[in-house]
Design a protein around this ligand. Structure first.
Ligand SMILES: [Zn+2]
Length: 73
């Protein structure tokens, strides 16, 4: 596995648990990753969480499950 891929996986793991964590971009190592959540229309309790570098613009997305007790409105 390429080390960049491994770094993305680690970044995804950190930001899945703590979206406010500061994680350096796996690609350029200069910028930090910004988190942007997009709800998945067909699923009420899953979201796509985009990790976007504020320096080079590279991004990755993880699909994650929201805690079910926060989805009732
Ligand atoms: Zn970058």
């Amino acid at each position: 596995m390429k080390s960049v891929t491994k770094k993305w996986i680690e970044a995804g793991y950190i930001l899945q648990n703590d979206p406010k964590a500061i994680v350096l971009c796996p690609e350029c190592g200069v910028g930090s990753l910004i988190v942007k959540d997009e709800p998945i229309i067909s699923s009420n309790n899953r979201i796509d969480r985009y990790l976007i570098c504020n320096n080079c613009g590279k991004w990755n997305v993880i699909t994650m499950q929201l805690p079910s007790d926060e989805t009732n409105e």
